[in-house]
Design a protein. Structure first.
Length: 94
């Protein structure tokens, strides 16, 4: 049985002690295509948590500074993502 949108066991948390709570806005993307993340940000409400998965394993940088800033502007409480995120320390410090 094939299951879509399940986080890879090979990934580990960037911030293991981080905690977040809020309504989940779920996004399922094709590897390397973050268009649906942009669409989800357009409908989030302050306090929502963005949860992003891909159809299959992705080593592409799916979420970067532009999306992080957009999430901040829309009041997103947190991000859970099963894909590479370049520049994480820079984004988390803001």
């Amino acid at each position: 049985m094939r299951v879509l949108g399940v986080a890879s066991a090979a990934r580990s948390p960037i911030y293991p002690d981080a905690r977040v709570a809020g309504s989940a806005v779920t996004v399922l993307c094709a590897p390397g295509d973050n268009l649906m993340i942009h669409a989800a940000i357009a409908v989030v409400r302050p306090g929502d948590v963005l949860v992003v998965a891909t159809f299959s394993e992705s080593t592409d940088g799916m979420f970067g500074e532009l999306l992080a800033e957009s999430c901040r502007a829309h009041g997103v409480a947190g991000l859970v993502i099963d894909a590479d995120v370049p520049g994480v320390p820079d984004q988390a410090s803001q």
